[in-house]
Design a binder for this molecule. Structure first.
Ligand code: 6PG
Length: 226
């Protein structure tokens, strides 16, 4: 079962979640690390806090994207833009930030990013940071979407029920190939879905994020303050 940390003060959520990420990185010693980051609004303040970390040696960390919205490369709504603005633009010493290049067709974007992932040793990631949507989606794996059945591809294109519709996402097999998974979840409007998500018998087609709880090392940080 996952470790669950609940917060009713937003600042506490940001402080504790970023501290947990820093502590995990520190525990890994001197080795190079690969961390996959989600977009959405929940992780933004945590990324900003991590950008100011005094303990993280970014020169040995490669960042990847968990998912992306298939939008023009200069769009303000790209997850890569959120990650750049809140984190990577502030840490010049970062080893690398591997993004999905949406200036190409969606299939080429998918295939190129998948090639990059397949070159990695397993587990692909040391840490994956995920979010949770009010409908139970995580990454860009949506309720009842065909992408939930994907067992061979590491990256898929998918369709979100709400705009922007066209998405790209790591699949379950890629996300599960990680030493540790941390969910960063914010919103009083997610109380109901969080309750359903944590029920052992919840339907994995209805709540795709449920599948990830089968991983052996999952922490959930949930801020229900607003
Ligand atoms: C995105 C995400 C997505 C996100 C959830 C939760 O492209 O939006 O990467 O999977 O994690 O939708 O989003 P919020 O944190 O904004 O609620």
């Amino acid at each position: 079962m996952p470790n669950i940390y609940k917060f009713n003060i937003g600042n506490d959520f940001v402080a504790k979640a970023s501290h947990a990420i820093e502590a995990f990185i520190e525990e890994q010693g001197e080795k190079s690390l690969r961390i996959a980051l989600s977009g959405g609004s929940s992780p933004k303040a945590v990324y900003e806090k991590l950008a100011k970390s005094e303990t993280i040696d970014w020169s040995r960390i490669e960042l990847f994207q968990v998912d992306e919205r298939y939008l023009p490369i200069d769009s303000d709504n790209l997850n890569a833009k959120l990650i750049r603005d809140s984190l990577t633009s502030k840490i010049p010493e970062l080893k690398a930030f591997h993004t999905m290049d949406t200036s190409q067709t969606i299939e080429k974007t998918r295939a190129d990013y998948e090639k990059k992932i397949l070159k990695l040793n397993r587990p692909f990631f040391d840490l994956v940071l995920l979010g949770l949507g009010t409908d139970g989606h995580t990454a860009s794996l949506f309720p009842n979407g065909p992408e939930l059945e994907e067992v061979e591809k590491m990256v898929v294109s998918s369709k979100s029920p709400i705009p922007p519709i066209n998405r790209l996402s790591l699949t379950y097999p890629a996300i599960m190939s990680s030493q540790k998974i941390i969910f960063l979840v914010r919103g009083a409007n997610k109380k109901e879905i969080v309750k359903k998500w944590l029920k052992e018998d919840s339907d994995t087609e209805e709540i795709p994020a449920r599948v990830i709880l089968n991983h052996s090392d999952v922490d959930i940080f949930y801020d229900y303050s607003n």
